[in-house]
Design a protein around this ligand. Sequence first.
Ligand SMILES: [Zn+2]
Length: 132
Amino acid sequence: MARTSGAKKARKKKPDSTEKFRQKLVAHQEEILNLYERDLKVGQEASDDGTEDIVDRANNSYNREFMFALSDSERLLLLEIEGALERLDGGNYGTCLNCSDEIPKARIRAVPWARYCIDCQEQAEQGVILDS
Ligand SMILES: [Zn+2]
């Protein structure tokens, strides 16, 4: 992919589209947090109105207990989402972290927290690209 689409200059503000993705990401985040809450309730009966609490706590800092309660995939996903939200704030959301190409819209829609374009994702899965 030698397409230089000026993706580095992601200064353009597109509040509508990014806001949609942000909502999607946050919804996913909450989904995972809700799973955690459910597990917590199974563990200890009396968890009254802990929803806000847990979301806040998890958002503020992924504390050990919280991260421990999640499965590996949930934890990874949460970190992916976190990273995507940071990229949204930083204005480089939707840009491949490896080749700086634009990540295809269809991919972003399917995987809103995608870090790489499809080519680079394949390389990442093969261990060619090392996540940092
Ligand atoms: Zn790429």
